[in-house]
Design a binder for this molecule. Sequence first.
Ligand code: SAH
Length: 251
Amino acid sequence: MSDSNHLEQIPELPNMIEIWQATLDWQPDRQQQQRFQRVYTEILKGNRLQNLTRISAPEAFWEKHLWDSLSGTIGIDTDRPCKAIDLGTGAGFPGIPLAIAYPHWQITLLDSTRKKIAFIETLISKLNLQNVKTIADRAETIGQQPNLRETYDLATIRAVSKASVCAEYALPLVKIGGLAILYRGSWSDTDTLEIESVAAQLGGKLEAVYPLETPLTKSIRHCIYLRKHFPTKKQFPRAIGIPDRQPLQTA
Ligand code: SAH
């Protein structure tokens, strides 16, 4: 049994104000801090009923979920309003921390698992977050819906599949001029070559690869920015399960 299954009292998250400021040039205000704590509390409680995360220690949760979620936007002007979608959000990452940090953004959280979306709906009402919507569906399905396809300024995707699969889920949903951000761990030159080709097949272009180090455990992260320049061909995303089983490759 993991710690969270029999926790009577859920510990406090560290504030980490100096680290937020030094690494991301941002710091949470009191309400944002309280919301982060509530997210932590509700996820640990929710873990007793469904598997939401294996990360339960307060420092690890802060680093691997909160800090990691916000570090992905390092290269963009976050002050501007943004219509965003977080694909395969799971327990709400990176979407929930982004919605807390950027209240002027509108964020849709998508997951194919109904139970996770049900958890998130309860969570956003407890947090009283007004700028979040949810959809329980597959990325392949909504990517072909005319009311959603090519309507987002930003699509984020973390820990869902291979990078090329994530690109096929994300780029069809992004507007021309918009951005897909792939949250990745390690990244190689071969990965760069492959994603350049795959992005081009989907109407996008690799704009930047940001290497990052997480502030506490010094783990390696890379944020991959794909800018959409052309409409995505109608055939993408392919039918449910195909992107994952036959990932796009270097052309
Ligand atoms: N992004 C979260 C969760 C990662 S786990 C995090 O980083 O913590 C991957 C999640 O993606 C699971 O909740 C799974 O249900 C969802 N998922 C996988 N494939 C999907 C698809 N094709 N469409 C929608 N959701 C998907």
